[in-house]
Design a protein around this ligand. Structure first.
Ligand code: SF4
Length: 367
């Protein structure tokens, strides 16, 4: 018998976008199924409100990994549901906050490229070459076409809803709305942290955008520590905006438990294919410096390496492991799935990576 699956996020997570919209998780980066807005309601009201109930109903309405809320298959829908199980949502356990959508990079296939309307097809060619431009243009043309047709023929091109068929959901998705971008005012961030409840176990201060570009970062982290003293606080960063005195305050006051540097490559070439506008050596230097400062502080500093087709040779991977050893930083490898440039490597021959995989991930089994 087919075992139904659900995610945990619809039942225990609140993800606040920089414009105040609440969604289920990082999986709804476009903001397709908005659950409420923290400028209008408290997070508690939103989490216990009718829209979350609808989200949970939608998640449980399909037995496979397809999520009707966003009209896509969801890699987070992996928790088995026992027959007849009543899934309740008493408390918020995880809070994800996107302080700002501003970013210093424009990584290939990152949704931030869609938020920033100044990035067009010429940039796609410049950043990723002909093949990426073709992939990106196909996607964008479809979205533009849907928006234009919907404007002129609204009855013929309906808005995507949870009741749309899977095919319609895939083809009728328009562009990301302009309202998706923003920066959370400090007062709003403080109110979210005050309201979220003491059951919160972890606060992720990142989603899309670069958290170290948020000028209230230290004030926000201080407030989180004060009102949620038992919660684990984490940031994932591209590492290029990490600098004193912010890093000193974070380390000295122990404002974070985890600081994850996303550096996808082991030399300038393998890194620059995806991290457009990035600087490999600067990222590594910042990582090494902060790791040294954090020694003995309790702050865990990690190098995260997402594996794509251009940085997946054994020479790349082994070099990264060696470099991480040289600067005494733990390294986590994570394999990009179902996106532009994903690695075609199979499990065979990659077993040496097993001790270095990102927690709760595995070697590729889908190629
Ligand atoms: S299954 Fe749906 S609600 Fe749950 S995390 Fe995925 S997209 Fe969000």
């Amino acid at each position: 018998m087919l075992c139904a699956v659900r995610c945990r996020h619809a039942f225990e997570t609140v993800c606040v976008h920089a414009n105040g919209d609440v969604v289920c998780s990082i999986l709804d980066g476009r903001g397709d199924f908005v659950l409420g807005n923290v400028h209008e309601q408290s997070v508690g009201e939103i989490f216990h409100g009718p829209r979350y109930l609808e989200l949970r109903r939608l998640v449980l309405s399909t037995a496979d990994t397809y999520c009707r809320a966003i009209g896509k298959h969801c890699p987070l829908k992996t928790t088995a549901v026992a027959p007849g199980e009543e899934v309740t949502a008493p408390d918020i356990r995880f809070l994800q906050v996107e302080p700002t959508t501003a970013c210093d990079l424009r990584c290939l296939s990152c949704p931030v490229r869609d938020f920033d309307r100044s990035i067009g097809w010429r940039d796609a060619y410049r950043d990723g070459g002909v093949a990426f431009m073709a992939w990106d243009a196909t996607r964008r043309l479809k979205q533009h076409g849907v928006d234009a047709l919907r404007q002129h023929l609204p009855r013929l091109i309906p808005t995507v809803t949870p009741d749309s068929s899977r095919t319609a959901a895939a083809f009728l998705r328009g562009r990301v709305p302009r309202s998706r971008t923003g920066t959370l005012p400090l007062e709003t961030l403080r109110r979210v942290l005050d309201d979220v409840g003491s059951a919160v176990e972890r606060v992720d201060f990142y989603n899309y955008g670069e958290p170290f570009l948020y000028r209230h970062l230290v004030a926000g982290l201080r407030h989180a520590r004060r009102v949620l003293p038992r919660a684990t606080l984490a940031i994932s960063t591209d590492g290029l905006q990490v600098r004193p005195p912010v890093e000193d305050e974070i380390v000295d006051e122990r404002l974070l438990d985890w600081l994850i540097f996303s550096i996808d490559g082991s030399d300038r070439e393998s890194y620059a294919r995806y991290r457009i506008r990035g600087d490999f050596q600067k990222g590594i230097d910042n990582l090494a410096r902060v790791r040294k400062k954090a020694e003995g502080s309790g702050l865990k500093v990690v190098w995260q390496y997402v594996v794509f087709s251009w940085n997946d040779r054994d020479s790349h991977l082994r070099r990264a492991i060696e470099m991480a050893g040289d600067i005494a930083v733990p390294i986590w490898f994570d394999f990009a799935r179902s996106t532009w440039g994903r690695s075609r490597r199979t499990r065979a021959g990659l077993e040496y990576l097993i001790p270095f995989l990102k927690p709760e991930t595995d070697l590729p089994t889908w190629n």
